[in-house]
Design a protein around this ligand. Structure first.
Ligand code: PLP
Length: 446
């Protein structure tokens, strides 16, 4: 890499100066793990304020789906900015919002008519879904999963259960939620002995046989909210029977199924929505992150017979703002035309390459992915598979110093979530650096 040498003193002088200023004025609650201060980005590459180049395997936490500043997205935003910046869809109408709603209804993973409610973020989408479920069913309780991340606003936080720090100090929570285990074939003890596990589906049985028989009457449960693939919780890919069985359970008891596709949706896994991999139709879908390539935008998509709340029941000022809507329209067109296919192909390259790296580095104990939602799980040793959070941190830090932006997930995993249009060359270049960083981190661990 041309800039390799210049990365010896990361953070450089300009970055250091911003870090000092940041420390004085920005909330310390953010979770920055290395000092990357961006100057600009293009596609799947970014440059810091000192001129160092990096390959971006993080996409701003799975957000810049069409790469940094895709010209088509930028052009749409610029043209819209000349027309009008805001008019509030709550009180007025504008074609951009209607057009985007029509497109989302077209691609949504459920049949029949659909309605869309626009938001500004993932947490806000979750809030809207929960309110809609309460309003529609008149039932007070929810079921969510351990390991889930649904956001940090008070309603969404009631459902989040991936790290204690996220909840500590914020009780009482606002929604009545019962958490249950998520299907996790990798951690399931039965899977270690049997290739086809019959018992891992206990999480659905557990809801049916335990929760609904001892704690909650099914008639009191408004909805089950689930990430089809757990994201922040560790990129956990469930048993194939898990989501279909959840759907059956919901149908049996008139419970709504809410799919939180905020990280998994909009082409990330090689399909518009991850639930499509299992042929499951949710009642409500939450989206945000990759929808508008980095412009703040979220939405819920619900069956029209569910989205039946009257004027004034729910609304916001900025949700579905025109700049984000045109960015989303351009994003969806690009993803549909070529990037979703690229996500599938590049996802395969990631898996193949990571499996080769795994052969040389037994500290990698799991390589899994769908599209460009890929994980390499690290462990202290391949037999116990005990998590190794220090190694996880060390690899991420070293990769950063060598020019690759990575993010962790769970307690011991590295996730690979680059823009959906990343090239094979950049995947290979970035993974070679990842392997270098891993080798050094293993050596440092001893
Ligand atoms: C699955 C999932 N749901 C909800 C959220 C919350 O989104 P936001 O940070 O935009 O509020 C996230 C964010 O990481 C997420 O991954």
């Amino acid at each position: 890499m041309a800039e390799k040498e210049s990365k010896i003193n990361i953070p450089g002088p300009k970055a250091r100066s911003y870090l000092d200023r940041d420390r004085k004025v920005i909330s310390p609650s953010y979770t920055r793990i290395y000092p990357f201060v961006i100057d600009h980005g293009k596609g799947s590459e970014v440059w810091d304020v000192d001129g160092n180049r990096y390959i971006d395997f993080s996409a701003g936490i799975a957000v810049t789906s069409t790469g940094h500043s895709h010209p088509k997205v930028v052009k749409a935003i610029k043209e819209q900015a000349d027309l009008f910046l805001h008019m509030s869809g709550t009180d007025f109408y504008y074609p951009q919002q209607i057009e985007l709603a029509e497109k989302l209804a077209e691609i949504a993973p459920m049949s029949g008519e659909k309605g869309i409610f626009f938001t500004n973020s993932g947490a806000e989408s979750v809030e809207a879904a929960l309110k809609l479920a309460l309003h529609q069913t008149g039932r007070p309780h929810f079921i969510a999963f351990y390991g889930a991340f649904h956001g940090r606003t008070m309603g969404a936080l009631s459902f989040t259960a991936s790290k204690p720090i996220q909840r500590t100090g914020f009780s009482p929570f606002t929604s009545e939620v019962t958490h249950v285990p998520f299907s996790n074939p990798y951690r399931c003890p039965h899977h270690r002995e049997e290739s086809e596990c019959k018992k891992n589906c206990i999480c659905v049985d557990y809801i049916e046989e335990t929760v609904l028989k001892t704690k909650l009457s099914p008639t009191q449960v408004a909805a089950i909210i689930v990430e089809p693939i757990q994201g922040e919780g560790g990129y956990i890919f469930p048993e194939d029977s898990f989501l279909p069985r959840l759907r059956e359970l919901c149908d049996k008891h008139g419970i709504l199924l809410i799919a939180d596709e905020i990280q998994t949706g909009i082409g990330r896994t090689g399909k518009w929505f991850a639930v499509e991999h299992w042929g499951v139709e949710p009642d409500i879908v939450c989206v945000a992150k990759g929808l508008a390539s980095g412009m703040p935008l979220g939405a819920i998509i619900a069956r029209s017979d569910i989205m039946k709340w009257g004027p004034g029941t729910h609304a916001n000022t900025f949700g579905g703002n025109p700049l984000s809507c045109v960015a989303a329209l351009a994003t969806l067109e690009l993803i549909e035309e070529e990037f979703m296919q690229n996500a599938t192909q590049m996802g395969e390259v990631f898996i193949d390459e990571l499996k080769k790296i795994q052969k040389r580095h037994p500290s990698i104990v799991r390589v899994e992915g769908k599209g460009l939602m890929v994980v390499a799980e690290l462990a202290k040793d391949p037999v116990s598979k005990d998590p190794d959070p220090e190694l996880q941190d060390e690899v991420i830090q070293r990769a950063f110093k060598k020019g690759v932006l990575l993010l962790g997930c769970g307690t011991s995993a590295v996730r690979f979530v680059p823009p959906l249009n990343i090239s094979k060359e950049l995947v290979e270049e970035g993974l070679a650096i990842f392997e270098d960083a891993l080798g050094e981190a293993e050596e440092a661990r001893g």
